[in-house]
Design a protein around this ligand. Structure first.
Ligand code: ADP
Length: 218
């Protein structure tokens, strides 16, 4: 099977798996990450097939939707790629990327050794920013049962992945705990440039949000 056919089949596989996801980790998110990653890969001269597969499959292996466990979902991705007769070396590269992709807390480093992985991580993080990022955050915050905003609850800069995973705060705080930090954690020059505008959209949104919350309170 040629690589284009495998990518098309993988899109369908992901579409089926994420069809009922209402948390912003849906098929349209996977498609956007795939498109952003392809764009960065072209500019950065990277192996596009590994990047496209990992970008599409990222949310199938998300710890948040697998009881915090990666093993079963990693195995399902592996089985899928084997069914598509994808080379073992490529499967290993894709799995390595998926296992290292996630944000793990403000004070936790998330090193990504390969250029391919760095590009997928950048693309996934770019889709967490800007207007799309704002919309996704409120969708997921609601699904977690978090309040939108409570000035009595302060943002936390997490020192470990365990603390980050267990944390229940507010959705506005998530901007300070993760989203506003992403601009400075991009790997590639291309992503750093793309991140600036999306960062500013979030800063402007938070300023306006704050102003509306403060108005008439005194
Ligand atoms: P990663 O791919 O690094 O694991 P996540 O899947 O945790 O990233 O986050 C993707 C998006 O889900 C975030 O950018 C945000 O929009 C939303 N999200 C994650 N955690 C929270 C949270 N605690 N509160 C609100 N939104 C969240």
């Amino acid at each position: 099977m040629n690589t284009d056919a495998i990518i098309e089949n993988t899109k369908q596989f992901v579409k089926n798996q994420l069809s009922s996801n209402c948390t912003g980790h849906d098929y349209q998110h996977a498609l956007r990450v795939w498109a952003i990653a392809r764009h960065i890969a072209t500019i950065e001269n990277a192996n596009s097939f590994v990047i496209e597969l990992a970008a599409l499959l990222d949310d199938i292996t998300d710890w948040k939707f697998n009881d915090g466990k990666l093993d079963a979902s990693i195995q399902s991705v592996k089985t899928w790629l084997q069914q598509q007769a994808v080379d073992d070396t490529i499967i290993k590269q894709v799995i390595d990327i998926l296992q290292n992709l996630s944000f793990k807390g403000a004070k936790v480093a998330t090193p990504m050794p390969s250029l391919e992985g760095q590009i997928v991580q950048d693309a996934d993080r770019l889709d967490a920013m800007g207007a799309v990022g704002i919309a996704r955050t409120f969708a997921y915050g609601s699904q977690r049962g978090q309040p939108i905003h409570n000035p009595e609850i302060k943002p936390v800069q997490h020192e470990s992945f365990a603390a980050y995973k267990a944390h229940r705060g507010t959705t506005i705080n998530h901007f300070y705990e993760k989203l506003l930090l992403l601009k400075d954690r991009m790997n590639t020059t291309t992503a750093k440039q793309l991140a600036n505008k999306k960062h500013q959209v979030m800063v402007d949104f938070l300023k306006q949000f704050d102003e509306e919350c403060q108005a008439f309170m005194a």
